[in-house]
Design a protein around this ligand. Structure first.
Ligand code: 5GP
Length: 113
């Protein structure tokens, strides 16, 4: 199966502005930011989407959520921020590797488009 764009970023085959990395995840700036701060957090494990999360991934998902909290602090998003996960075509997912959008630095609107 062909590597996804995000797998290529993990493997350092294409560049990204990385803001955090540990043994289980990687965070980097989105190339088309939708807010003053727009960071993507991805697991290094190639989970395709929310729909493909397995029971065995529960600990990894907990780690990702805890990392989001730490990143928000490091990115100075004390005023608040939004976490978005797009899933599937209708959800607007364009890269088939689970990713969390962390958006901040401006007031968000609701409902999302
Ligand atoms: P999705 O639409 O799947 O939820 O989010 C994919 C995100 O990846 C989009 O926000 C898009 O701007 C971002 N993206 C696409 N290509 C690249 C790239 O080459 N580098 C980085 N850093 N982000 C990318």
């Amino acid at each position: 199966m062909a590597k996804t764009l995000f797998q290529k970023i993990i493997d350092r085959e294409i560049p990204a502005e990385i803001v955090y990395e540990d043994e289980r995840c990687l965070a980097f700036h989105d190339v088309q930011p939708q807010a003053p701060t727009h960071v993507l957090l991805i697991p290094k494990k190639p989970i395709e989407s929310i729909d493909r999360i397995a029971e065995e991934d529960a600990d990894l998902l907990g780690h990702l959520w805890l990392t989001i909290g730490k990143l928000a602090s490091e990115l100075q998003l004390a005023g608040g921020y939004r976490v978005v996960i797009n899933c599937g075509d209708d959800g607007g997912q364009t890269v088939d590797h689970l990713h969390f959008h962390i958006l901040g630095g401006r007031a968000m609107t609701w409902p999302p488009g």
